[in-house]
Design a protein around this ligand. Structure first.
Ligand SMILES: Nc1nc2c(c(=O)[nH]1)N[C@H]1C(S)=C(S)[C@@H](COP(=O)(O)OP(=O)(O)OC[C@H]3O[C@@H](n4cnc5c(=O)[nH]c(N)nc54)[C@H](O)[C@@H]3O)O[C@H]1N2
Ligand SMILES: Nc1nc2c(c(=O)[nH]1)N[C@H]1C(S)=C(S)[C@@H](COP(=O)(O)OP(=O)(O)OC[C@H]3O[C@@H](n4cnc5c(=O)[nH]c(N)nc54)[C@H](O)[C@@H]3O)O[C@H]1N2
Ligand code: SF4
Ligand SMILES: [Mo]
Length: 710
């Protein structure tokens, strides 16, 4: 039967995937109305969707398993056992809301609004689900503010220093490129619907370069016979390689002098900064041969158009912001922005989100400003420290749209915080995640097919309407409805807390005709017609830095205590480790996205997802495995001062000596000792931009003690 042929009792509803994934695929849900209540019976990729063209992915192909899972939370729950115990009783919404309202009022009356912490991220990255009434609610209560910068914000902060904003090349424009450099992004895994564009460019003669410390699924597509290459630097060292590439480009007269004169400032300072960065010097830092660095530099300077494609992988280092600030200098130096299909491509949020009036949606003006002071802010990546060491302390936390015990670094410190008796925790979730098991009250959340929303992609330009296909399952409610209910229960009198979803959408999208969006299902965000983000033919520079030009040297950066020009600073829990740390903890640990059936921590628990991926492991190269004294399949302890994780060893040629990897996303239940990859990761923040250095984590690895079975 084709997609449009179905029995009279069934109808087709159009929606879009809500996951924090660049692809934001369009889908259709077949709803059967023959039973007592309409049921979703099929969910498929929408073949008409301009970007995803009918395909979904191994995570979401089985999305209805998630919707209908027997483990789904469908009613409010009150914890009956100790925190973390997974013992709950079902209670009514009224009882849950009464208890939460009483506890939150108590905390506010005793300790003030700042003792409350909202904790959320992009579990559902649709507009209302992510930014809807929750922001208004916590602003109104004067709660501590959360800096949500675990993903992507640092990329933007780095690029903005050089270019003034994060505006970049729309990725499907790479069909015009002749050289595509996939730098710190695992496209075939994390951005799979972009791959057809890359293949099309290749069939037009484009070559690809993959730069990654891991020989990833994407690196496997490299075909040396076609002139592609795979470059494998040590983690956290790419800036040294970029400096040497710029050294070569300038030394060999390959810089685009005309473009530089018209559109940049600080070239002379840059020339001085890279003068000592010979390829031989960079080679020692990043472990890539000098001649590879030289030829890569020549290649990107002489191939037109050249596109560099990146997402967020490289921001997770202490020097993560400088990585992107420096990367953005390359296309300016070579004049790559001149060409259609040239330049730097990453999130297109600059273009899609230009249509959102975020302040109208989140209402920061509702915040109390005592003596002109706004409530304090804390960084989400430091949740462990926030819950255990902040003065005055947090006494109540509401978590929704994320699972920090699995996804946030230094997770054992978070666990210690969540165990506090004087912390009241509410979690709004679809499943009893590791985090939800520490909640006093768990509330049931809807899935994407149970609520209307608008999806603003960061990987392509098609903004989609997501129409609810079915009523909320059980007693689940959406993220916006949750905060309306809490506002009622707490007797709050700010009228905007009670705005319904339609009013919220209209406030957030003043220039979008919602009726048209619903009718057309998606609309294309404005993007320069000639395909070139900085191609302004009139010659007026469109860069929004203080100078209005690309800034090779930045006074703004200097004013926050950072170097004016691109500079390599070695991560202190990485290649720059001082003293005896390297002897104690000889391996650098990466914890990447790895599984095709996982989206962060969201699918490990489902029977057709987790088991099919086979369980967590640590990948070690053959030489390191021999040194440690472990063989494939052995159990090993991966440890540092933060914690120890027990995982099975997988001996693999994908890593170079000294670098190991544990895929992230598995839950405590999947590990013998209950610890997860993030139990040991580093929560040091990036030098600016608010990101976090997950990937600057040093560990020791030893064979696990044999269980005595006692
Ligand atoms: N299947 C699947 N798809 C996903 C996700 C998922 O969990 N599963 N998650 C989604 C989310 S939230 C996001 S943000 C995107 C992220 O998409 P990506 O940014 O493409 O993915 P990451 O795995 O975070 O990082 C990409 C690569 O960066 C590399 N890397 C780490 N450090 C360095 C470095 O110092 N230099 C270089 N050159 N590379 C480095 C890692 O080895 C990794 O292969 O993916 C999304 N898509
Ligand atoms: N070690 C390591 N850690 C990482 C990364 C890494 O590469 N390595 N990547 C980081 C990145 S890029 C990201 S984006 C973060 C992601 O970290 P999280 O935001 O914690 O992401 P998820 O694991 O996807 O968890 C989302 C949760 O939200 C729930 N959820 C989904 N939809 C809704 C909804 O509509 N309402 C409510 N209330 N809940 C909902 C899901 O059930 C799921 O449990 O992880 C980061 N952590
Ligand atoms: S997770 Fe990503 S690839 Fe999979 S359906 Fe959603 S948007 Fe598409
Ligand atoms: Mo992310």
């Amino acid at each position: 039967m084709s997609i449009d042929e179905r029995p009279d009792t069934q109808r087709l509803v159009h929606g879009a995937c809500h996951h924090d994934c660049p692809d934001s695929c369009g889908w259709t849900v077949t709803v059967d109305g023959s039973g007592p209540r309409p049921t979703a019976v099929k969910l498929r990729g929408n073949p008409d969707h301009p970007f995803s063209q009918g395909e979904l992915c191994p995570k979401v192909n089985r999305f209805l398993d998630r919707v209908h899972s027997a483990d789904r939370i469908l009613h409010p729950l009150r914890r009956t056992g100790p925190k973390g115990s997974n013992e709950y009783e079902q209670i009514s919404w009224d009882d849950a809301l009464d208890e939460i309202a009483t506890r939150l009022h108590d905390v506010i009356d005793t300790h003030g609004g700042e003792a409350l912490l909202p904790y959320s991220d992009a579990g559902n990255q649709s507009l209302l689900s992510m930014f809807g009434s929750g922001s208004r609610f916590f602003h109104h209560l004067g709660a501590t503010r959360l800096i949500r910068a675990i993903c992507g914000v640092t990329v933007g902060a780095g690029l903005s220093v050089t270019n003034g904003s994060g505006a970049s090349l729309e990725a499907t424009e790479m069909v015009h490129s002749r050289l595509i450099v996939l730098w710190g992004t695992n496209t075939r895994l994390t951005n799979r619907h972009l791959w057809p564009t890359i293949e099309e460019a290749r069939s037009n003669g484009a070559r690809i370069v993959v730069i990654d410390p891991i020989r990833t699924l994407t690196a496997e597509a490299v075909d040396a016979a076609r002139g592609d290459r795979f470059v494998q630097p040590l983690p956290g060292t790419d800036i040294a390689m970029m400096l040497a590439m710029m050294h070569v480009i300038i030394r060999e007269g390959l810089a685009d002098d005309e473009w530089i004169a018209q559109h940049t400032v600080g070239f002379d300072e840059l020339r001085v900064a890279v003068a000592d960065w010979t390829p031989a010097r960079a080679a020692e830092v990043c472990g890539v041969d000098a001649d590879v660095i030289e030829s890569l530099a020549r290649d990107i300077a002489t191939t037109r158009p050249t596109a560099i494609r990146t997402l967020i992988g490289a921001e997770h280092h202490e020097n993560g912001a400088m990585f992107f600030r420096t990367l953005a200098c390359l296309p300016a130096l070579t004049g790559a922005w001149r060409d259609r299909g040239g330049g730097l491509s990453r999130s297109v949020g600059h273009w899609t989100e230009s249509q959102i009036d975020l302040a109208a949606l989140t209402r920061p003006d509702l915040m109390p400003t005592d003596d002109g002071h706004l409530p304090r802010s804390v960084n989400m990546s430091r949740l462990g420290e926030v819950l255990t060491d902040l003065e005055p302390p947090i006494h109540a936390m509401v978590v929704w749209n994320c699972n920090p015990l699995v996804t946030t670094p230094n997770a054992e410190l978070i666990r210690r915080g969540l165990e506090r008796d004087d912390l009241f925790t509410v979690v709004h979730e679809q499943f009893l995640t590791d985090t939800a098991r520490y909640a006093d009250i768990v509330l049931p959340a809807t899935t994407q097919i149970e609520a209307d929303d608008v999806v603003f992609p960061w990987g392509h330009l098609w903004v989609s309407y997501n129409e609810a296909a079915i009523e909320p399952m059980g007693e689940a409610c959406s993220n916006t409805e949750l905060f309306r209910r809490l506002s009622t229960a707490m007797d709050l009198d700010e009228p905007s807390l009670f705005d319904d979803d339609e009013v919220l959408m209209r406030a957030a999208l003043p220039t979008i005709d919602l009726a048209e969006l619903r009718r057309e299902r998606w609309l294309r965000a404005p993007y320069p017609e000639d395909g070139r983000p900085y191609g302004d033919p009139a010659g007026a520079t469109p860069f929004s830095t203080a100078s209005g030009r690309v800034e090779f040297a930045s006074a703004g950066l200097e004013s926050i205590g950072q170097p004016r020009v691109p500079t390599f600073v070695a991560p202190s829990e990485g290649v720059g480790a001082a003293g005896d740390i390297r002897q104690r903890l000889p391996f650098q640990l990466l914890t990447p996205k790895h599984h095709t059936r996982f989206l962060n921590s969201g699918y490990a628990q489902l029977p057709k997802h987790g088991p099919a991926e086979g369980g967590p492991f640590v990948e070690v190269c053959p030489a390191d495995a021999a040194d440690i004294g472990v063989a494939d399949g052995d159990l090993a302890c991966v440890a540092n001062d933060r914690a120890t994780v027990e995982v099975v060893v997988r001996v693999s040629e994908r890593l170079r000596p000294g670098v190991v990897a544990i895929p992230f996303g598995w839950w405590g239940d999947d590990h013998r000792d209950g610890h997860v990859a993030n139990s040991i990761t580093n929560d040091t923040l990036t030098e600016w931009g608010g990101g976090v250095a997950f990937s600057d984590t040093l560990v020791a690895i030893t064979p696990a003690p044999v269980s005595t079975g006692v």
